[in-house]
Design a protein around this ligand. Structure first.
Ligand SMILES: [Zn+2]
Length: 369
């Protein structure tokens, strides 16, 4: 079945009749994260809420104002997950969470464009793709992807976005001779009664059940974030499209502003300043360690010369390191003193080290405790 959202992906409101409403405990899957659910699955005569498919996550929306938290395709039906039941036979007004849907449309159409350019101009076919809560990636069937290819692909995709090339959906039957041109990337098995082909001008034609923009200009911009090794023999190319680019840029600016406040200097100096801080910290740590070793020697001498000789020593110094404690213990070996040393981990107030040393009979009893 072709749903209303697949006929017109820009429809934000729609009315349809409730066909079925059953209780369910099927979990909710949100960008790969699974969570428990108890509620209802509602079937409607038709829907503008997209059920997950083709790599595109499901929509969120409302049925008569009642929240739809998941939509899944089961055979020919779309199941709407709600926390409250809806009466069978009644008409309900549907509303799609447009911000979420349009974001998915930008990422999904962006992926088609990206995959087409990588395959046609760089011989790098896409084997799968992922649309996550923050980032997306295409998985390429190669380990030889370099930064020049990434830059050229990003430039080319953005040039095509500026050309405002129309994106059309063609419907064909399984035996259509034109289908040879299209690929079967990500097409669910239950989508093959009527085949949808998403065409980006003359650049690409791809079978897909997802919702797409109607013109490349609606993508605004595509940003490739770089490559990382994928599964065996594969490379993942991370990307962002449209609003995600501006949102991510804002996040980065906020982070940079916070760093500017902390480092008290402009962003272009951040790297130098952090390097200097790290270097100074290393020197400070080295100095502290030297001073602690001298202090350990001093403590050893003090205890050796104490009159009368103490029976036990207890020591807890905030700045003591395990090396310091060991050095004092070593210096007092053979003094038949019972020693109890404690030290605290930097940044972990409840974690640290306890060191005891002394005559066997004491260690056996107190060590256990
Ligand atoms: Zn697709």
């Amino acid at each position: 079945m072709v749903f209303k959202c697949q006929e017109d992906s820009f429809l934000k409101e729609f009315t349809s009749r409730v066909v079925k409403c059953e209780e369910t405990t099927e979990p909710i899957v949100e960008y790969g994260k699974v969570s428990k659910f108890e509620g209802y699955q509602v079937t409607l005569e038709n829907t503008i809420l997209f059920p997950a498919g083709g790599g595109q996550p499901h929509d969120h929306g409302w049925l008569n104002g009642k929240e739809v938290v998941q939509v899944l395709r089961k055979g020919d039906e779309a199941l709407h997950f709600t926390r409250e039941p809806l009466e069978v036979g009644t008409f309900v007004s549907q509303k799609v969470n447009w911000e979420r849907r349009f974001d998915h449309m930008q990422q999904h159409s962006g992926q088609h464009l990206l995959s087409a350019i990588l395959e046609k101009e760089h011989n790098l076919p896409t084997t799968s793709w992922w649309l996550g809560a923050e980032e997306c990636y295409v998985e390429l069937n190669s380990t030889k992807v370099n930064n020049d290819v990434i830059q050229a692909t990003e430039d080319r995709c953005n040039a095509l976005i500026r050309e405002a090339i129309p994106v059309n959906v063609k419907f064909c039957k399984i035996n259509d001779p034109n289908l040879d041109e299209a690929h079967t990337r990500g097409l669910p098995k239950d989508c093959i009664d009527t085949i949808r082909v998403i065409c980006i001008g003359s650049i690409d034609g791809n079978m897909c059940c997802g919702t797409h923009v109607s013109n490349l200009s609606q993508l605004q911009v595509i940003k490739l974030l770089g490559i990382e090794p994928g599964k065996k023999g594969k490379t993942n190319v991370k990307f962002l499209v449209g609003n995600r680019v501006t949102k991510t840029l804002q996040l980065m600016l906020d982070r940079e502003k916070a760093l500017t406040g902390l480092l008290k200097n402009e962003p272009s100096k951040h790297e130098d300043l952090v390097q200097k801080l790290q270097k100074n910290l290393k020197i400070s740590n080295k100095n502290l360690s030297n001073v602690l070793m001298e202090l350990a020697q001093y403590e050893v001498e003090k205890l050796k010369n104490a009159q009368p000789k103490p029976k036990f020593v207890f020591m807890f110094k905030k700045e003591a390191t395990p090396d310091f404690n060991r050095a004092v213990c070593k210096g007092l070996e053979g003094e038949s003193l019972f020693m109890f040393f404690a030290s605290e981990e930097v940044d972990k107030p409840k974690e640290g080290q306890i060191l005891i040393q002394g005559p066997d009979e004491h260690i056996k009893v107190l060590g256990q405790q």
